[in-house]
Write a protein that binds this ligand. Structure first.
Ligand code: AMP
Length: 114
């Protein structure tokens, strides 16, 4: 998608602060962190929302979760704890319509979210 911000990061037309990358997945620091550590894990394939995940994307979904786990370990969050969030569409406040998993940690996070 030519006008998608995160696709531009995958293509390196915009340079993200990359913390992890595989053939299918990219993880980079959120530009407006909501916690001391805030990383976004995205599929390189353009999927606008979680609703667009197809049966054929099942392996990709697993790879995204593996990436979250690896990022949490790399960032020193695995033992202290962290939260993974996927915002989907309007009521969740999704702003960027390229599927992404937030990885938030480094402080105590409140529950339930607002
Ligand atoms: P969401 O509300 O779930 O769609 O989250 C989108 C996230 O993308 C927000 O946390 C933004 O701070 C983040 N974001 C927006 N632009 C950039 C950017 N250029 N680089 C890194 N993160 C960004």
């Amino acid at each position: 998608m030519t006008d998608c911000l995160f696709c531009k990061m995958v293509a390196r037309q915009i340079q993200p602060a990359v913390v992890y990358e595989t053939e299918q997945v990219l993880a980079f620091r959120d530009i407006h962190p909501k916690a001391p550590t805030h990383v976004l894990v995205i599929p390189k394939k353009h999927l606008p929302t979680l609703n667009d995940l197809a049966a054929e994307d099942t392996a990709l979904a697993g790879e995204l979760l593996q990436a979250v786990k690896i990022v949490a370990e790399q960032e020193g969050l695995a033992q202290s704890g962290y939260r993974t969030v996927i915002n989907c569409n309007g009521h969740a406040g999704q702003e960027v319509f390229h599927l992404h998993l937030h990885v938030l940690g480094g402080r105590t996070l409140k529950w339930p979210p607002g």
